[in-house]
Design a protein around this ligand. Structure first.
Ligand code: NAP
Length: 442
């Protein structure tokens, strides 16, 4: 049977979903993919750290999917503004939401709104050339930075801040970020884990990288690496957890760090207040103890001098116009990928979800493959249950509305221009940031 599918979002789950749909042997599926931004690849382009190019090479797979004649890309199309749910429901048999988690969680502590306090996700988007954050202008004329949280995003921002301009200059980091980071006066980066080292969410390669930086040393406190009996027992059965603790322990020998920068990994501490005269100057932190695996404050405090706070405590989904949203979990409510009206509620025919919008912001890029395939399996089971009313071509509708979308051929021209600019500088690419810059190439 012929099936017309619209996918909202062009990140990893969108491309894995498209690949699985186009691979169907039972049905002839056509996929139109829409993204608010002109460039595809979502978190691979705007989230993955610029100094981790290998992770980005996954886009070669996505390119293969995009080369299928039954695939079309519509970049620079805002769902909710340029296209409403009703437009898509009328033109497509099925709609798959792969909109990710575009916001972040807050700490809920006093001073969080001071200048210099921001989410790691904003900082990441800034150095990766996301057009919405081009003008973030973080002040790096400071010596101390506090990063709250010990997940892989915290590792990314701490590492980018710790690297020398030479280490960053061969990456595809945004030019504005390279210029700003080259002038950075940052000396001490404090990464705060509210629980112990065994509970850290970062993975082994990420924490290991801090042992090999050109101008920064990792610093740990032996006392904070001591494990309580429960964590010690967990380490015996969890090899990756044990390795994290061992890598951290190997940093004890580094002393206080002799290089120009230091990355302090602190554990069993929580920020309780950010203070300063109109901007971040100090962060008050409380020491914690572990009780049944949870962090509990001890009432003992200390103050860290810092001009910037990056909260890296997780991404958060945002609602899409007219699409059900579970505010508690910050996801689109669903049953295995079929969108439901409410959490645990009735299924909405024709609507599906995959990736972070479905399960929340967890897992690595590849996790989205299995996730999207699970949703697509249900979509293929549901073929024929709902047919589009008009089957109209959305390309025409967008043209009538004066929406200047970017198609795949356009993107390939932008891509080629970025790569060509990069070749001249021994970099994988030089990113074009704003839509006007991209349109100039076209
Ligand atoms: P994450 O892995 O969930 O880590 C969040 C961190 O924030 C945890 O350490 C958590 O501690 C802490 N936290 C949460 N609320 C807090 C609070 N109120 N106060 C203090 N700390 C708090 O999230 P993420 O780092 O944003 O990463 C998202 C996903 O992307 C993860 O699956 C990650 O592995 C993936 N990712 C992978 C890579 C890579 O492969 N290189 C790079 C970037 C991101 P608790 O554990 O105590 O809650």
């Amino acid at each position: 049977m012929d099936v017309r599918v619209a996918i909202i979002g062009a990140g990893p789950s969108a491309f894995y979903g498209a690949a699985a749909l186009l691979a169907s042997k039972d049905h002839s599926v056509k996929v139109d993919m829409f993204d608010r931004l002109a460039a595809p690849f979502g978190l691979v382009r705007y989230g993955v750290a610029p100094d981790h190019p290998r992770i980005k090479s996954v886009t070669t797979l996505y390119e293969k999917t995009a080369a299928d004649a039954r695939f079309r890309f519509f970049g620079a199309v805002d769902f909710g503004r340029d296209l409403k749910l009703a437009d898509l429901e009328s033109a497509y048999d099925m709609i798959l939401f792969c909109s990710g988690a575009q916001s972040d969680r807050s700490l809920g502590i006093p001073g969080e709104d001071l200048q210099g306090s921001m989410s790691a996700t904003e900082f990441v988007a800034w150095y990766n050339g996301h057009p919405d954050y081009e003008n973030l202008n973080p002040n790096l004329d400071i010596e101390g930075v506090v990063v709250v949280g010990v997940g892989n995003v915290a590792m990314d921002v701490a590492r980018i801040l710790a690297k020398s301009p030479q280490e960053l200059a061969t990456t595809d980091i945004a030019d504005h970020a390279l210029a700003a980071l080259s002038k950075s006066r940052v000396k001490d980066i404090y990464v705060l884990g509210r629980r112990g080292p065994a509970q850290a969410k970062f993975t082994n390669p990420e924490i290991k990288e801090f042992g090999h930086l050109a101008v920064a040393d990792p610093v740990v406190r032996a006392a904070e690496l001591e494990l309580d009996p429960q964590s010690a027992a967990e380490c015996e059965t969890d090899r990756l957890m044990k390795q994290n603790v061992e890598i951290l322990a190997s940093y004890i020998d580094r002393g206080q760090g002799s290089k120009q920068r230091r990355v302090h990994f602190r554990f069993l501490v929580s920020p309780v207040e950010i203070t300063g005269r109109g901007k971040v100057e100090q962060v008050k932190i409380e020491q914690n103890k572990l009780e049944a695996g949870n962090a509990v404050g001890t009432g003992e405090f200390e103050t860290v001098q810092a001009g910037m706070v990056l909260r890296s405590v997780g991404y958060k989904g945002v609602p899409l116009a007219d699409v059900p949203f579970d505010g508690k979990k910050a996801i689109i409510p669903n049953a295995g990928g079929r969108v439901t009206k409410t959490a645990g509620g009735e299924v909405v025919p024709g609507l599906y979800v995959a990736g972070w919008a479905k399960r929340g912001p967890t897992g690595v890029i590849g996790t989205n493959k299995k996730d999207a395939e699970e949703t697509v399996a249900l979509m293929l089971q549901d073929v024929g249950k709902r047919k589009s009313a008009s089957g109209a071509d959305v390309a025409k509708l967008l043209q009538q509305r004066g929406v200047k979308f970017v198609n795949w051929q356009d993107w390939k021209k932008i891509d080629a221009a970025e790569i060509e600019k990069g070749n001249a500088q021994n970099r994988p690419r030089v990113k074009l940031v704003g839509i006007d810059e991209m349109r100039a190439v076209l």
